[in-house]
Design a protein around this ligand. Sequence first.
Ligand SMILES: Cc1cc2nc3c(=O)[nH]c(=O)nc-3n(C[C@H](O)[C@H](O)[C@H](O)COP(=O)(O)OP(=O)(O)OC[C@H]3O[C@@H](n4cnc5c(N)ncnc54)[C@H](O)[C@@H]3O)c2cc1C
Length: 328
Amino acid sequence: MPENLDYDVVIVGAGPAGLCAGMYAGRAMLKAVLIERGASGGELLNTEIIEDYPGFEHIDGWDLAQKFESHALKFGVEIHRKTVETVRKLDSGTFETITDGGDTYRSPTVIVTAGGTPIKLGVPGELEFAGKGVSYCAICDGAFFRGHTIAVIGGGDAAAEESDFLTRYAEKVYLVHRREELRASKILQKRVFENPKIVPIWNSVVERIDADEQGLVNNIVLRDAITAERRDLTASGVFIFIGFRPNTGIIEGHIGHDSSGYLTTDANMETSIRGLFAAGDLRSQLTRQVTTAVGDATTATIAAEKYLTALKSGQTSPEIAGSGGYAV
Ligand SMILES: Cc1cc2nc3c(=O)[nH]c(=O)nc-3n(C[C@H](O)[C@H](O)[C@H](O)COP(=O)(O)OP(=O)(O)OC[C@H]3O[C@@H](n4cnc5c(N)ncnc54)[C@H](O)[C@@H]3O)c2cc1C
């Protein structure tokens, strides 16, 4: 077991995954700290209403964030408001988590739950009307557009797949792409072209997003990428899928990841670096939701605890034994 440790576990990021990890770590009586660069809640703070978190038919993102935070604090996790710059593993096996202010936290395990950031278009109206028609999440917000005409921006797999998904709710989906053909895989393209509710708009870039007097999106101004001509597109929703950047740059050294940069883990949420666990949106997986983030975090924290127990018993290459039972 490495010596001179400050904490049993350091958790980076206090979004849903980090707060859930904090709660489980506290309940397991681990000495745990959560390091968060802003307010607790992560993407919940950018989400007006959540309708798909079990037990809450309808809850404000801020309210859910506060409930998560107070639940974690109740079990004794510390929350430090700092930005993590580096997480590195020393030859001794100890992790050092270093903040922008130069503080160093030493621990035998780290759980990274730093999430990711949807790439923005960077046009007027985008940030102003986020949650008022502008969205980056079809599963989360699609149901608010039942019977509406909406636009999806992008040309990759996410844009193609989510356009198709959104036609469950929307009457019509314009798929706006800056090129003349999609980058999406052929199977997804086929689905798009066979769906009569999807209308592709080629060679077009979004110049501005407009809203009505109540601040709800009602129009998109497009510019033709070839002729530079402008046109208005009537739509009450704009779903932007031009990429998502996982916040993994803080990890020093090579770590396993998929082709989009998301961290790959085993079933215990352990990354290719032993003792370093990942949970939530920065992990390579099928979908990214609050439910999946807290599920990952539960597994990661229990696995980290088993890893610590094995380390303390003198194992040099700790086995995380799956009991198949229930943690309490
Ligand atoms: C607009 C929008 C609407 C959504 N709506 C829904 C919905 O209705 N239902 C649903 O289930 N899901 C929804 N989601 C998805 C859901 O919010 C995410 O899946 C979930 O928040 C992921 O949790 P996380 O903890 O992995 O990451 P995040 O929520 O991204 O949290 C990561 C945290 O890490 C912190 N952090 C990052 N880097 C550092 C650093 N270097 N140092 C310190 N702190 C750091 C961040 O500040 C942040 O607080 C929505 C997402 C968006 C963007």
